[in-house]
Design a binder for this molecule. Structure first.
Ligand code: 3PG
Length: 391
């Protein structure tokens, strides 16, 4: 597909679809501006070329045609203005009321997902948006797994369509890790449920030399391996699926890493008393809440030999200090490793930030769901639309 720098933007009306779906705090202020910062290069590039820039995004999941105050992009526009050091007026009724943008200026178009037809990928809506711009830029990798009017139909209908720099670098980094990875390759997949990540586990089992399963999912795999898990979060109904993942790995000569010791407690709380136990000694009332130190030493050694590492999901309940050591050691091991490393997904990015390793991981994706679907090997509809335009 085309990228932004291939197009002359001077004086053009440029519509940039970003993913500015950021968390807000209780007072409605931006709680984490990572996605806004990651979107700056594309917006700045257009501004520097003297384009008339319109930026939009979805925020949350508003009902169509009814925008509640909490779904407004106003705090996002304010943060963007602060970061760009330039005013970013919010245009609310942008489909129905005419508005003007001067060359070298930028406006924010209110939450695009509130427009009727957005979620249904309406061509009629996309036609109306196409009439507002000369160039459409998709820089919203985090929303690339959604076929919505601003991510899919508009890419097909706008006069000119291209990928923004964030979209391009996400695809390049993730593509490099998946298409032709240097081997051995390891993937760490953590999180609570096998059922929500089975497709990713199956896809990765076909690619990697080492699959590390963490979090609540590890308990289901331990159960599948005949180990006791006490009262731990696990899905007995997914044991067969876990065994299939194990069989896929084995048939390829690849390995599954499971903990040999774990941190247990009787409750998921700040005040619970943790104990370290070999997995075989996990008792009937124990909750497994983290990998143990012996497992972590083994895991760190294993990761040292890898040349590509993909990380999604924590090993334990890292939000609570006493159950965070496994995830912290994992984050540090990935940061110290010479492997090409990528990390992505909401919890994972929170862990990367909490343990302050973002600068030392080769690529930290801004995406959650899109990152996971990419790992599954799916073609993302927004990316396909850009590719079709280029052909
Ligand atoms: C995300 O945060 O994963 C993206 O912004 C997509 O949001 P959605 O799941 O509401 O489509």
């Amino acid at each position: 597909f085309k990228t932004l720098h291939e197009i002359n933007l001077r004086g053009q009306r440029v519509f940039i679809r970003c993913d500015l779906n950021v968390p807000l705090d209780a007072a409605g202020r931006v709680a984490d501006d990572t996605r806004i910062r990651a979107s700056l290069p594309g917006i700045q590039q257009a501004l520097q070329q003297g384009a008339r820039v319109m930026v939009t995004s979805h925020l949350g999941r508003p009902a169509e045609g009814r925008l509640e105050a909490r779904d407004s992009l106003r705090p996002v526009a304010e943060r963007l203005a602060h970061l760009l050091r330039t005013p970013v007026p919010l245009v609310t009724d942008w489909l129905d009321q005419p508005f003007d943008v001067a060359p070298g200026a930028v406006v924010m178009l209110e939450n695009c997902r509130a427009n009727p037809g957005e979620k249904a990928n309406s061509r009629e809506l996309a036609h109306r948006m196409a009439a507002l711009c000369d160039v459409y830029v998709n820089d919203a990798f985090g929303t690339a797994h959604r076929a919505e009017a601003t991510t899919e139909a508009l890419a097909r209908l706008a006069g000119e369509a291209c990928a923004g720099p964030l979209m391009a670098s996400e695809l390049q980094a993730l593509g490099r890790a998946l298409a032709a990875p240097e081997r051995p390759m390891a993937a760490i997949v953590g999180g609570s449920k096998v059922s929500t990540k089975l497709a990713i586990l199956n896809a990765l089992a076909q690619r990697v030399e080492l699959l590390i399963v963490g979090g609540g999912m590890a308990n289901t795999f331990l159960l599948a391996a005949g180990q006791p898990v006490g009262k731990s979060l696990c899905e007995p109904g997914m044991v067969d699926a876990a065994r299939e993942v194990m069989a896929t790995l084995k048939a390829r000569g690849a390995r599954l890493f499971l903990p040999s010791d774990v941190v247990v407690a009787d409750a998921v709380s700040e005040t619970a008393l943790p104990a370290i136990k070999p997995v075989a000694e996990v008792g009937g009332s124990d909750l497994i809440l983290d990998f143990g130190p012996q497992s972590m030493r083994r895991l760190v050694d294993e990761l040292e030999t890898c040349k590509t590492i993909v990380w999604n999901g924590p090993l334990g309940v890292f939000e609570i200090e006493k159950f965070s050591h496994g995830t912290r050691m994992l984050a540090t091991a990935i940061a110290n490793s010479k492997a090409f490393s990528i990390a992505g997904g909401g919890d994972t990015v929170a862990a990367v930030n909490q343990f302050d390793v973002a600068d030392r991981i080769d690529y930290v994706s801004t995406a959650g769901g899109a990152f996971l679907e990419f790992l599954e090997g799916k073609t993302l509809p927004a990316v396909r639309a850009l590719e079709d335009r280029a052909n």
